[in-house]
Design a protein. Structure first.
Length: 388
């Protein structure tokens, strides 16, 4: 297989039926009604318009993320809220994730495992970046939740628990079944207990302790911990190996390693191509017309972020993103991803460490199956020239 075909392979391995359908929808136009699915948006400008209108297109109605996750996480976790209650909670939580705090948090918990990773590479070992990314993402989210653990096995287990919950969802899922809700709560309720303990301890050096200081309730802290856990591990852990693979496959590893100013651009371009949130859902609450298509209350809108992003073309570090596409994979408007600064802090620190270790060679790779966010099953790298 050609190196540049791997991104398509990852999507087809993860979603062998849904992915071809999503790509076929893109060929039908910027916005189309698909029977049994909903109104499908494939254009970045139209997607941004929908995301910015939180009164018409909401996350708390039929077919929305709220319908999917409220039975698991409770009613107050941002991703299932709208209106004034959403604005108040978001304003409080936003204070937790300012860049200065997220950079310090990542330095505190990642510097030691990254030093070990660098040492392994420099001793000539082959490192599986998929496993390394899961370990590092688990380390950070354990710190956020307040989990008192310091072993690699515990961090891997934490990631795997989240992966099991998320893997119950497919691109076609409208709501979780009672058995799926029970399985998800069996994972998330104990983590909520951990978060509550950290919350009541009140240590303001921790995220949960800061929530209490900001006046959030215990239930809000529990719900936020569950949401951070589900969304904060997969995005970073799946993107990191794909970022390194994209740079290698397009001959850009040495260039970004030599010019640190390119790193943020590389991360943004990798996120555009990989699209960590391939589909976003909204429930229609009042009549609207978008792109010439009349949309009725009660309908479901699927923003196919992947189609919107891939319309710009293949991976290219030198092509600027148009304004309508800017970080669309993190959303837009009132629901732009609250954890964006934390995700970027992790990605910058880990990618910078890998690039500084020396020239990387991909030794082996395979696509993962049965996952929600497409990713590699393994991606082996070592120091040396050339790409496998």
């Amino acid at each position: 297989m050609k190196a540049r075909d791997w991104e398509r392979r990852l999507y087809t391995a993860a979603h062998p039926f849904a992915y071809p359908l999503l790509r076929a929808a893109a060929r039908r136009g910027p916005i189309v009604r698909v029977p049994g699915v909903g109104v499908v948006v494939n254009d970045a400008s139209l997607a941004r318009r929908v995301l910015m209108d939180g009164e018409t297109f909401r996350k708390d109605g039929p077919g929305s993320p709220g319908e999917l996750w409220t039975p698991v996480l409770g009613p107050s976790v941002l991703l299932n809220m709208e209106g004034e209650a959403h604005r108040v909670l978001r304003r409080r939580l936003a204070e937790l994730f300012v860049p200065s705090y997220t950079e310090a948090l990542c330095a505190r918990v990642l510097d030691e495992p990254l030093a070990r990773l660098t040492d392994r590479l420099r001793r000539g070992a082959t490192v599986d970046l998929v496993d390394a990314a899961r370990l590092l993402a688990g380390t950070v989210i354990a710190e956020v939740i307040g989990l008192d653990t310091r072993t690699e096995a515990a961090y891997r287990d934490l990631f795997e628990q989240g992966e099991r919950v998320v893997s119950t969802v497919s691109l076609r899922t409208r709501r979780l079944s009672p058995s799926q809700v029970r399985r998800a709560r069996a994972v998330l309720d104990p983590l909520g207990d951990v978060a509550a303990k950290a919350y009541f301890t009140g240590d303001e050096s921790t995220v949960m302790g800061r929530m209490r200081a900001l006046g959030l309730s215990e239930d809000e802290a529990r719900g936020a911990a569950g949401a951070f856990f589900l969304t904060g591990t997969e995005t970073v852990a799946t993107l990191l190996p794909r970022l390194i693979a994209l740079l290698a496959d397009h001959g850009q590893l040495a260039r970004v390693a030599a010019d640190g100013a390119l790193l943020d651009r590389a991360i943004d371009e990798a996120m555009r191509v990989t699209t960590p949130t391939p589909v976003m859902l909204r429930s229609v609450h009042r009549p609207a017309t978008v792109g010439g298509v009349a949309i009725r209350p009660g309908e479901r809108v699927l923003i196919v972020t992947h189609n919107c992003c891939r319309a710009l073309g293949p991976f290219d570090l030198d092509r600027p993103h148009p304004p309508e596409l800017r970080r669309l994979w993190f959303g837009a408007g009132p629901h732009f991803c609250l954890g964006y600064p934390l995700a970027m802090a992790q990605l910058r620190r880990v990618a910078r460490t890998l690039l500084a270790a020396g020239p990387l060679t991909i030794t082996r790779r395979a696509a993962a199956r049965g996952v929600l966010i497409p990713t590699y099953r393994h991606l082996g790298v070592r120091l040396g020239r050339g790409v496998a």
